[in-house]
Structure formats: C-alpha cells, structure tokens
Design a binder for this molecule. Structure first.
Ligand SMILES: *[C@@H]1O[C@H](CO)[C@@H](O)[C@H](O)[C@H]1NC(C)=O
Ligand SMILES: *[C@@H]1O[C@H](CO)[C@@H](O)[C@H](O)[C@H]1NC(C)=O
Ligand SMILES: *[C@@H]1O[C@H](CO)[C@@H](O)[C@H](O)[C@H]1NC(C)=O
Length: 283
C-alpha cells in the first residue's frame, strides 16, 4: 500500500513537472540598453519561446503605456502607439523575437520597458519581463581649465574657468586645490550653455584662487565634471601652478636638486647670490 501510494505521488510530481515544461511559454532574453543616447534611436529586443503554445500577441510598454503591439493574426500585424512624440520609430517580429526602435526624449529621465508575450485564448497566458533604460549622453572629452598661468607669486589672485564637454544630464562642476574641495562663493555657481540637439549642455564654473602670502612650492588645481546618473560619471582636468617667492628660493632650489631648473629661478639665484656677495663685500 505504502509503496503504491509513494509511487503514485512521484508519478504525479513528474507529471506536474512535465506539464510545466511543455505548457509554459517564456521570455528567454530581454535586451534593453542601460543607457540610451538622446541623439540616436535605441534598439530593444525581446526573445521568447512558445513551447507548443500559440502566440497571440507581443506588446511593448514604456512604463505603463503601450508603445508597440504585434498581433500575427491581424492586418497590419504591427501597430505603433505614441509615434507623434517620435517615441517609437518602428519594429519588426520573427517567430521567436520582436525588436522595437525607440527615440528617447531629450531629457535625462529613465523609464521601464516591458515586453509582454501572450498565448491564444481561451487561456491567454502571459509572460512578462521589464528592464530600465536611462537617457544619458556621455561627455566625449575631459573638462577644460582656462585662465591658468604657469607661475604665481604669493599674495596674487586669479580667476580660473572650467568648462565641461556637452552632456545630458549637464555636469556639475567641483573645484579642488591640493585635494581640498573649494566651496563655491555665491556668484560662482555652475552655469550652463544653451541646449544642443538631444538636449546636451556644457557647464562651467569660475574659481577665484588667492595665493596665501606665505605659500610656496606648487598648487595642484583639479576640476571635476560629474554627471549625476547611477553610477555617477566623472571626468576631470588637472593643472599644476608653481608658486615663486624669493624668500622660499633657497628651499625651492635645494628641493629640486637634480631636476631641471627654470630660467627664472636660475636668474633669481644669480641676483640673490650677487646681493649676498655685495653684502659680504661691504662688511
Ligand atoms: C501615449 O503617451 C501618453 C503620455 O506618455 C499616455 O498618457 C498615453 O496613454 C499613451 N498612449 C498609449 C496608447 O499608450
Ligand atoms: C567660461 O567659459 C565658458 C566657455 O568656455 C564661457 O562661455 C563663459 O563665458 C566663461 N565664463 C567666464 C566668467 O569667463
Ligand atoms: C601660512 O600662515 C598661516 C597663518 O598665517 C599658517 O596657518 C599656515 O600654516 C602657513 N602656511 C605655510 C605653508 O607656511
């Protein structure tokens, strides 16, 4: 008795498993790019297997809105929705896949794209998968710092301007001097250029640099352009400004022993030496 009941239980499980394998249709692959460039159409594809079920329809949704429908028994078999907002440019289907081309809106937003495959009636079973796509245009180049002299004297003040390359969303600019973040003064906020096609903009921010009266050596200035997307995209530019002062000269020269000397330093050393000699002579 026990043996028979155990056997029939196993048989039942096997039957259920078999049923699940033969009856379930499935989305095997959903290809949605993580980032979409607002200047060109993105291609999304949905691959499915019907496992002896009959295909009724394939639908694509952007968030909750239907944008594409494939219905093989209807004429035309493909219908696009919301084409006016240049959202859906087109699409095509094979027996086991549907591809759709969407033009992302030129604003930095994200949306979930869902593919939904349903079987014929009376059951109309549904398989569904979603992936998120964010509209991002990466900057092609690093930011550029303008207005930087090679050499500064202690006590001097200059203005630097850092401009990022075109991107969407537009970049935020951060300045660092010797790895220390420079808090923007009220009039030094990040500003933006007008939009390019696709909504891309450049950003720029001015930094006032005041060299302390007792400063010496060199100052490392870094400008960082950050796109606040997930994960954040960072590009940067670095410059080194040398600070020259007479009083620091002997230290500067000894620190640089063995490395090449700049003509200015050499001539200053000569003047200084001549002064010392003349002072010595006058004693
Ligand atoms: C078209 O898009 C608008 C806004 O995005 C939405 O309200 C509407 O339901 C969409 N139409 C269809 C057929 O999905
Ligand atoms: C900074 O540079 C950008 C572009 O390079 C320019 O449009 C902007 O006017 C500059 N700002 C200042 C204050 O010089
Ligand atoms: C410059 O002087 C300030 C005080 O006036 C001091 O805190 C700082 O450490 C000095 N920096 C250097 C590089 O000597």
């Amino acid at each position: 008795m026990m043996c028979i009941s155990g056997y029939s239980k196993m048989k039942l499980l096997a039957l259920i498993a078999l049923c699940a394998i033969t009856s379930a249709h499935d989305i095997t692959q959903l290809k949605v790019p993580l980032y979409a460039d607002p200047r060109r159409a993105a291609e999304l594809s949905c691959h499915f297997q019907m496992n002896d079920q009959k295909l009724h329809s394939v639908k694509w949704y952007r968030d909750m809105n239907e944008i594409f429908r494939y219905n093989p028994s209807q004429k035309p078999s493909i219908r696009l929705f919301n084409v006016t907002g240049i959202m859906v440019q087109g699409g095509e289907c094979q027996t086991d896949s549907c591809m759709v081309r969407v033009m992302p809106p030129p604003i930095a937003t994200g949306a979930a794209y869902t593919c939904e495959v349903s079987t014929e009636g009376p059951k109309f079973q549904i398989a569904r998968k979603s992936k998120h796509m964010t509209v991002v245009a990466m900057p092609d180049g690093d930011p550029v710092i303008i207005g930087a002299p090679k050499v500064l004297k202690p006590g001097e003040q200059i203005f630097l301007n850092c401009t990022s390359d075109y991107s969407l969303p537009s970049a935020d600019i951060n300045w660092y001097i010797d790895d220390e973040l420079q808090k923007p003064e009220a009039w030094q906020r990040t500003e933006q250029s007008g939009p390019q096609p696709g909504g891309l903009r450049r950003s720029w921010r001015v930094l006032r640099v005041r060299v302390p009266p007792n400063a010496s050596g060199a100052m490392r200035v870094r400008c960082e352009a950050i796109l606040s997307v997930e994960p954040p995209v960072v590009r940067d530019a670095n410059i080194i400004i040398t600070i020259h002062s007479r009083t620091q000269l002997s230290k500067y020269v000894s620190n640089n022993a063995g490395t090449k000397l700049d003509v200015n330093v050499v001539s200053l050393v000569i003047i200084w030496t001549v002064k010392q000699i003349s002072r010595f002579m006058s004693l």
